[in-house]
Design a protein around this ligand. Sequence first.
Ligand SMILES: [Zn+2]
Length: 129
Amino acid sequence: MAINHLKTAKNTLKMTKTCPECGDRIVGRSDKKFCSDACRNSHNNRLNSDSRKLVRNINNKLRKNYRILERLNPDEKTTTPKTKLQDAGFDFNHFTSIYTTKAGTVYYFVYNQGYLPIEGDFYALVKRN
Ligand SMILES: [Zn+2]
């Protein structure tokens, strides 16, 4: 009896939840998260489109970085002043992988195009095949 009573109280509490999409009170099953299918759908669509946007923005940054490296490094190995990368709009915070040599030198890669800060505000550019 006591347990049933607790269960009922718990369900009653849960039933006062509100819909995260429209703020309406949720009526019905205690595990319902939204007031309606429409709200669940529009909530999920919005979440998906935000994460799609995020992925698209980062992909665009990576693509731009890749094009800049390709253009500045046509012979697969060169050095370039940092300002040249900056002027082209290179974003140093976006890369796809890091390669650390045994000596501890860290190369940053955008796909197969790598860059490495060297002395005098220059960058070494390398292409990995
Ligand atoms: Zn709703």
